[in-house]
Each structure stands twice: as structure tokens, then as C-alpha cells.
Design a binder for this molecule. Structure first.
Ligand code: ATP
Ligand code: MN
Ligand code: MN
Length: 301
């Protein structure tokens, strides 16, 4: 196992330069949280979130009228995000160049909230070298009938198989139904190598345990199984970022979780945007020291 270094919290910033309008607008109708609540959550959680969210291309889930109304994915600046948002030019499949969004500060998070953002999703590579991935994610998507217990066991199983081939990995509760297993990687290999590795790894798991795992998207083949969504590992794909809020009932958030803690975890999404203080306190515990950090390369597989 690699000895991970501790994630250095980003120091608290000077007062935000971003003004949040309509703070009283209800964004989560079921539980009542407002745009102001969401802005306060991101301001508080920024020191924990920025080590994972900063300096990589992001897609936003924007729901300007709240989560019950129309939401959409956005990856390009519409021109209205302001100076807190940065841009990185990325070649599209057709060869054209498009500016993608990234951020590097709490003000960036705030600028996105001001624009109606609820969720933050990140590429698997950094803005400084978008063609070299720096993390592999296996997104475990349980079929309808499966309980969280099955997802937990599956995540641990994947952790163990990755450990077998020398890769440290970390678990994140997606804030939805599943768990993401994340292996940080030092950049070096290409997207083609990255995707190929992820596909072969997922296929090997499903071939070894076809009753439990499936590695193809087909809904029909997923009945009663866990889909190992390896497609998060292709160029341009995103995954929800640690500590992002979700545009789902109860305003849940995606949270890192220690392997030992996951085993005892009964609910798929135990934290919401009302829990910033608890999340900050929890992050200082021993279990989460070094979460998400490891210096390691994609092995031969
Ligand atoms: P859950 O645990 O409930 O599955 P999730 O975040 O893993 O939550 P998925 O539907 O499995 O949700 O999607 C995985 C990731 O794929 C998302 O986090 C998101 O980054 C990306 N994604 C999903 N749907 C879209 C979409 N329509 N457009 C762009 N990216 C998407
Ligand atoms: Mn998922
Ligand atoms: Mn998925």
C-alpha cells in the first residue's frame, strides 16, 4: 500500500467577491434549503472541496429555478460567470477548440452557485494537461432492487482487487444510490490506455462474478446486479466531485468515506448541505487523513 500524504486544506479566503442574489429562493422544495443555504454550504466546505475540484475541467448541473424545475448540464461559459471562473481550451472530437470551465477558488464555487449551480462534476484530468488522466473511477450503479449493503460489499471487493494489482483506492458516497471507487494516478498514460484498463478491469470482475457484476450499459443485463460503470474513464466523461451537493431530494452531498467507516454505513447518502460543520469536523478524523491522495501509476494489467 502506498502511504498517502494528507490533503492540505486550502486556507480560508478573504471575503467573497461574488454577490449571491435571491438568497431566499427555495432550491430544494422538499427540505426547504435556499440558494443562500447552498452558497453558505459551498463557502464553508470550500477548504475541503477545492483540493479535488480545483484546476480540472468541470461540468455543472444548473437548476436556476430550483431542483424541481428544469436542470441542465453546462460545460462551457455562457459569458456570464464572471472573473472567478477560469477557462481551458480543449479540442472537441471534431477538432474544433472549445473553452471549458474550471475554478481555483471559493469564489469560483460561489460564482457557479450564483448562476444556479447545484452540482459540480469533474473531468478525470487536470486543466494543465487535459490529455493525461489523473484518477480512475469505478462508479457502482446498483439495479433498482439491490440494497446499499450489496453496493458496499461490491465497493470493498473492487478496492481489494485494485490492491491486488498495487493500486490504492478510496470510496465516495455519490450522494445518490451508489458508491464511487477512486484510484488517484500520477498523470503519464493516455486516455486510450486509461479507458482500456478500466474496461478490462470491469470486464474481468463481471466475468469472475457474472451473478453480481455487469460491465455493459444494457439495462436488460443489469437486472439484480451492480453495473460497474467504467465509462467515467473516457476522455470528456465526468464524475460528481467530492463534497458536491446533489440536485436530489433532501439536498444530499457526495462525501469521501473511509473503508472502515463504509462497512458500518447504513445509508447511501447520510449527509446534506446542512451538515457543513459536521463534515468539517469529520474530515479531521484519522479515517479520512490522506483520502483521495496516492502517488501511483497505472500498472500493467
Ligand atoms: P448514483 O450513485 O445515484 O448513480 P451518480 O452521480 O453516480 O449517482 P450516475 O448516473 O451513475 O450518477 O452518473 C455518473 C456520473 O456520470 C455523474 O456523476 C455525472 O458526472 C455523469 N453524468 C451522468 N449523467 C450525465 C449527463 N446526462 N450528462 C453528463 N454527464 C452525466
Ligand atoms: Mn453512479
Ligand atoms: Mn453511472
Amino acid at each position: 500500500e502506498v502511504t498517502p500524504e494528507r490533503a492540505e486544506p486550502v486556507p480560508a479566503e478573504k471575503p467573497s467577491a461574488v454577490t449571491i442574489s435571491n438568497r431566499e429562493r427555495v432550491i430544494f422544495p422538499d427540505s426547504g434549503e435556499t440558494k443562500g443555504d447552498l452558497a453558505d454550504y459551498y463557502a464553508a466546505i470550500a477548504p475541503l472541496m477545492l483540493p479535488f475540484a480545483a484546476d480540472r475541467p468541470i461540468s455543472l448541473v444548473r437548476c436556476p429555478q430550483g431542483r424541481g424545475k428544469k436542470c441542465f448540464f453546462q460545460k462551457h461559459d455562457s459569458g456570464s460567470f464572471g472573473a472567478a471562473m477560469k477557462h481551458v481550451p480543449i479540442a472537441e472530437k471534431d477538432g474544433s477548440i472549445e473553452d471549458y470551465l474550471y475554478l481555483d477558488s471559493a469564489d469560483g464555487l460561489a460564482a457557479c452557485v450564483q448562476m444556479g449551480t447545484i452540482e459540480f462534476h469533474g473531468w478525470g484530468s487536470r486543466a494543465e494537461d487535459v490529455e493525461r488522466p489523473d484518477r480512475m473511477i469505478f462508479d457502482l450503479d446498483p439495479d433498482e432492487g439491490l440494497d446499499f449493503e450489496a453496493v458496499k460489499t461490491a465497493a470493498k471487493h473492487i478496492h481489494d482487487r485494485l490492491a491486488d494489482i498495487g493500486l490504492a483506492s478510496f470510496a465516495m458516497l455519490s450522494g445518490g444510490k451508489g458508491v464511487h471507487v477512486i484510484a488517484p494516478l500520477s498523470p503519464g498514460h493516455t486516455w486510450d490506455q486509461h479507458k482500456d484498463f478500466a474496461r478490462r478491469f470491469a470486464e474481468a470482475l463481471s466475468m469472475a462474478e457474472p451473478e453480481r457484476f455487469v460491465a455493459t450499459m444494457s439495462k436488460a443485463k443489469r437486472v439484480g446486479k451492480i453495473f460497474i460503470d467504467w465509462l467515467r474513464n473516457q476522455r470528456g466523461a465526468t464524475a460528481v466531485l467530492p463534497y458536491s451537493a446533489r440536485a436530489r431530494e433532501g439536498a444530499p452531498v457526495a462525501v469521501p468515506i473511509a473503508w472502515g467507516e463504509l462497512a458500518a454505513q447504513e445509508h447511501a447518502h447520510p449527509f446534506s448541505i446542512s451538515d457543513a460543520e459536521r463534515l468539517l469536523a469529520r474530515s479531521k478524523g484519522k479515517g479520512l487523513a490522506g483520502w483521495g491522495f496516492a502517488e501511483q501509476h497505472l500498472p500493467d494489467f
